[in-house]
Ligand binder design. Structure first.
Ligand SMILES: Nc1ncnc2c1ncn2[C@@H]1O[C@H](COP(=O)(O)OP(=O)(O)O)[C@@H](O)[C@H]1O
Ligand SMILES: [Mg+2]
Length: 153
């Protein structure tokens, strides 16, 4: 994580490429958690996306949590897990989608379980820090988390 941290710690005026940051985090998390019974592939799609380093740091925390959730929770019955991150910009709005082809989540979990700190942290970062909107979709074919926020303050 040192390299990622150094890159994000640039002074606030400097913009950092979050597509690059998400690739670094994803590769690191997946390579350190894949076991012999389970393979997980991660891909990051989208052009370089430059954001002020404070916003980029929030995005990095969010994506870090979502990838870890995929690795930890999604693939109990899936032999080849796929986690895909796509980024798009349209009309000064950034959209980032983190999706997996796993089992999907138990419907009750996200809404009611106050002990699920991770997703509540994600929600807080997206709504408070990024001033954006978070949506979570899930089915028995996987989970799909989408965040949309303005590129400028
Ligand atoms: N990608 C996912 N696939 C399946 N289940 C998930 C996924 N992400 C989250 N969950 C479910 O939602 C719960 C809450 O997630 P989270 O708030 O991050 O808490 P934690 O990861 O600490 O359990 C998880 O315990 C898990 O049951
Ligand atoms: Mg979690």
């Amino acid at each position: 994580m040192g390299k990622v941290h150094d890159y994000l710690a640039k002074n606030g005026f400097e913009e950092v490429d979050v597509t690059f940051v998400m690739e670094q985090i994803g590769t690191l998390l997946v390579s350190s958690s894949t076991t012999s019974e389970q393979s997980i592939e991660i891909s990051v799609k989208g052009k370089p996306l430059f954001l002020p380093s404070d916003k980029a740091t929030s995005v990095a925390l969010v994506v870090n949590e979502l990838i870890q959730n995929g690795i930890k929770h999604a693939f109990h019955t899936t032999a080849v897990g796929k986690i895909e991150i796509t980024t798009n910009i349209r009309k000064q709005m950034v959209n980032i989608i983190v999706s997996d082809n796993g089992d999907g989540m138990d419907h009750s979990v996200y809404a009611q379980n106050s002990s699920s700190l991770g997703l509540h942290l994600v929600e807080m970062l997206v709504e408070e820090e990024l001033e954006g909107i978070l949506s979570v979709f899930h089915s028995n074919r996987g989970t799909n988390v989408s965040l949309t926020f303005p590129i400028t303050n």
